[in-house]
Design a protein around this ligand. Structure first.
Ligand SMILES: *Cc1c(COP(=O)(O)O)cnc(C)c1O
Length: 435
C-alpha cells in the first residue's frame, strides 16, 4: 500500500526499542493504519475525495492490476496499490482495518448501507437451487430481500424461529428436501424487536452437520443489535458478520453505511463482488465512520448503562405488562436462553422493548406524548428513539407471524441514547401518565 501501513490484525505497536504492547481496540481507533507523514503531517486522515489515483510508472500500474484482478499472487511484502475508488480508497481501507480490531477479523469490507452488505453476502454465497436457512424475525429489509428477491432467482428458503432446538432445525432442513443444497445459515441475534436469542455455536454445528468435503455450509450473523462491542460472532463459529454501520458504528443518525467481516478468503470474494456491484462506501462516508469509531466504546457503554436504569424503571411500572431486555432473562424459568446469554454476550445492550397495558391506542398515546425521546425508526444512535414495530418496522411481516413472535399492537421498542438517564426516565414516566 502506498499511503498506509495496513497491518491487518496485528495490533502489536512498538512503543520504544525495548517495550511493546498489544493495545485494546479503543486505544487504536484514533491512529490505527494511518501514517501522518504520508499526508503532510495531518493528525487526522484527510478525506480522499478522488475517483482515481496516479501511478508513478506504467510498470507500477501493471503490477497493481495484476494483483487486483488476481492474475498473480501478491509478493510477500506487497500490498494492493491504490487504483480507483470503486476498488479501494484510503478512507475506506483505514476504516476497514480499524473495524477488524473489534471482531478480531482478518478482513473487512465497508458498504454504502447495511442492506448492500447483506445483499452482497447473499448474492456471493448463494446460487440458484441452493438452500438458505434463516432465523426469524429478521430485519424487515433483509426479510423482504430473501422472500421477494432471492426466490425470484431460484434460491430455496427456509425460516426457523428463535427458541427452536437444534434437533428441530436439523429435522426442518432434512424435511425440506434440499438438505444437500444447504449453502448458508443466516441469523440475527438478539432478534429485532423482541431480543430473542439464537445460539451461534449451535448454528455452526448444524452447518458442519450438513457440510461435506466439497461444500462448506457457511454461517453469517447480523450483529447490528450488539456489535461490535457486546457480541463477537466470529469467535462463536460464525464465518461472516454483517453490520448496519448506520446504527452503533455510525452512532449519530447522520450516515447510512454497512460492513462485512470474516476471513481473508471469504472477504476476497465479498470485495470482488462489491467491486462489480459498485456498492462500496464513498470517502466521505468512510471519514464520518472513522470519526464515529473514536467514541464508539464510551458511547455504547453509556447507552448500555442508561438502558439498565430504564429497564428497571419499566419493570416496576403498573402500566407496563412485560419488558424484553437481555438483563431480565431468568435462569430458573428460561435456562436455555440464559445459557446462550451467558456464553454469547458481554453486556445487556441498549435496546429495550416492552408491552404496554392495552393496545395500539395506548401505545400511540405514549409515543405521541414523548418530549425528549424522538419517535423514529433506526437504533444505536446518541439520541433515544421509540417506535411501534407492529405498524412501523415490522408492518410487512404477516399478522400471524407477528403474533407468534410477540410483535403485537402493545409492543414498543426503545433505543436508549446518551442523554441523562433520569431525564430519559422522566420522559417515559410522563408519557405513561398520559394514558
Ligand atoms: C438497520 C438495519 C439493517 C439495514 O441497514 P441499513 O444501513 O439501513 O441498510 C440491517 N439489519 C439490522 C438489524 C438493522 O437494524
Amino acid at each position: 500500500m502506498l499511503l498506509l501501513d495496513c497491518t491487518g490484525i496485528h495490533t502489536l505497536i512498538k512503543v520504544d526499542y525495548m517495550k511493546s504492547r498489544e493495545f485494546k481496540p479503543e486505544s487504536l481507533m484514533m491512529s490505527y493504519g494511518y501514517k501522518p507523514e504520508l499526508s503532510e503531517g495531518a493528525i487526522k486522515c484527510p478525506i480522499f475525495q478522488t475517483s482515481t489515483f496516479v501511478f508513478k510508472t506504467a510498470q507500477e500500474g501493471k503490477a497493481f492490476f495484476e494483483v487486483a484482478y488476481g492474475h498473480r499472487e501478491k509478493l510477500p511484502t506487497e500490498e494492493l496499490g491504490l487504483i480507483y475508488s470503486r476498488l479501494n480508497n484510503p478512507d475506506l481501507e483505514i476504516l476497514e482495518n480499524r473495524l477488524t480490531l473489534w471482531d478480531k477479523a482478518e478482513d473487512c469490507a465497508v458498504f454504502e448501507s447495511g442492506m448492500s452488505a447483506i445483499s452482497t453476502v447473499f448474492m456471493e454465497f448463494l446460487k440458484p437451487g441452493d438452500l438458505l436457512v434463516y432465523s426469524s424475525p429478521l430485519y424487515g429489509g433483509t426479510d423482504h430481500f430473501i422472500k421477494h428477491f432471492l426466490t425470484k432467482f431460484g434460491v430455496n428458503i427456509l425460516g426457523f424461529r428463535a427458541g427452536e432446538s437444534t434437533e428441530d432445525i436439523v429435522k426442518l432442513i432434512d424435511n425440506s428436501g434440499f438438505s444437500d443444497k444447504l449453502a448458508l445459515i443466516y441469523v440475527e441475534t438478539p432478534a429485532n424487536p423482541t431480543n430473542a436469542l439464537i445460539d451461534i455455536e449451535a448454528c455452526k454445528k448444524i452447518a458442519d452437520h450438513f457440510s461435506d468435503v466439497e461444500r462448506q455450509v457457511l454461517v453469517a450473523v447480523d450483529n447490528t443489535y450488539m456489535g461490535p462491542l457486546w457480541q463477537h460472532p466470529l469467535q462463536h463459529g460464525a464465518d461472516l458478520v454483517v453490520y448496519s454501520a448506520t446504527k452503533y458504528i455510525g452512532g449519530h443518525s447522520d450516515v447510512i453505511a454497512g460492513a462485512c467481516l470474516g476471513s481473508k478468503a471469504l472477504m476476497t470474494r465479498v470485495k470482488t463482488l462489491r467491486t462489480f456491484l459498485g456498492n462500496m462506501a464513498g470517502p466521505w462516508t468512510g471519514w464520518l465512520l472513522m470519526r464515529s469509531l473514536e467514541t464508539l466504546k464510551p458511547r455504547m457503554e453509556l447507552q448500555a448503562s442508561n438502558a439498565t436504569h430504564v429497564a428497571s424503571f419499566l419493570k416496576n411500572h403498573p402500566k407496563v405488562e412485560k419488558v424484553y431486555y437481555l438483563g431480565f432473562i431468568d435462569p430458573e424459568t428460561d435456562p436455555v436462553n440464559y445459557d446462550i446469554y451467558q456464553r454469547q454476550y458481554d453486556c445487556d445492550g441498549a435496546m429495550i422493548s416492552f408491552d404496554i397495558r392495552g393496545g395500539e391506542e395506548e401505545a400511540f398515546r405514549f409515543l405521541n406524548n414523548l418530549k425528549l425521546i424522538k419517535l423514529a425508526v433506526s437504533l444505536g444512535s446518541t439520541e433515544s428513539l421509540a417506535e411501534h414495530p407492529a405498524t412501523m418496522t415490522h408492518v410487512d411481516v404477516s399478522k400471524e407471524d407477528r403474533d407468534a413472535m410477540s410483535i403485537t399492537s402493545k409492543l414498543i421498542r426503545l433505543s436508549i441514547g446518551v442523554e441523562n438517564s433520569d431525564d430519559i426516565i422522566w420522559d417515559i414516566e410522563q408519557a405513561l401518565d398520559c394514558i
